[in-house]
Design a binder for this molecule. Sequence first.
Ligand code: SAM
Ligand code: SF4
Length: 342
Amino acid sequence: MTGEPASSSTSAPLIDPFGRSIEYLRVSVTDRCDFRCVYCMSEHMTFLPKHDLLTLEELDRLCSAFVRRGVRKLRITGGEPLVRKNIIWLFNQLGRHLQTGTLDELTLTTNGSQLVKHARDLKAAGVERINLSIDTLVPEKFKAITRWGDLSNVLRGMDAAQDAGLKVKINAVALKGFNEDEIVDLIHFAHGRGADLTLIETMPLGEIEEDRTDQYLPLSVVRARLMDTFTLEDSAHRTGGPARYVTIKETGGRLGFITPLTHNFCESCNRVRLTCTGTLYMCLGQDDAADLRKPLRDSAEDDLIDAAVTEAISRKPKGHDFVIDRRSQKPAVARHMSVTGG
Ligand code: SAM
Ligand code: SF4
């Protein structure tokens, strides 16, 4: 016998029971955030103790195991991913898979509060596009919806991102009575700055102070209203996510709709989500999960991780069953979006 023991890690692709190929991993690197958006968190959140979190080295190892199994797109999210200490180290590590060609895209979803500081480093690590969440362009309303956020700082972050050469897509959650009169302004703002805009229906995730029935604005209604102002042309554009796009003829920009409630998109779901404690959720809207922290820590080889991931993917459900109405007062799942990663 010579040399090192052969690793029994596998590169077998991840195909779920419905024949969907899992090529997209979203990773929540922290459940913490410097904002408290009213639809996402309650004001007084209890966060995980720091010692429960995977280290950045462990996150790198898990993400890399997924890349070996055919994941082509990694999205880093949270909580607010850029508040995690030393997060740029993780981006730099994961960027090596872009260089070897095993990964097509490394990206992040952010509230923008730390972009002034990190935009250049993100670009240098290989990030090309980011999703930036902005629900309103009115400073006082921004403060009200995020509880702790400052719009001017986020807009400076957007400038820094674009100056660094990052392509920005703006995400806005459509909220009844809050920003429904601002959608046209948001479109002009985003498209005027060369950014796509995606609207998201609010999802029943986690207990919050507000009543979600009061917040829920079906995007079918928004779309119908927009046709009074704009010409919407269906677009074949896809980003590997659930958004369906139209091109707005008058601005030439793209508008995406993420409609988990009015139009269920689960049939084409290609993604799974990893939390900062190493829990793998096979569906955003279901409770079933697999623990990857134990197999990660029980062996220095990746064989235990591979077996746990294979088993988890064999349990990926067909889809979620979100409902928001007066009769369903409880959230579909108890955990907040900031835990699973939006
Ligand atoms: N903190 C980062 C941010 O805000 O972009 C990343 C995490 S956040 C959970 C990701 C996205 O999820 C944001 O665009 C946010 O608006 C959205 N989000 C949070 N809670 C949601 C909910 N209950 N329904 C729909 N979207 C939600
Ligand atoms: Fe934080 Fe993002 Fe949730 Fe707002 S949506 S509280 S910024 S994690």
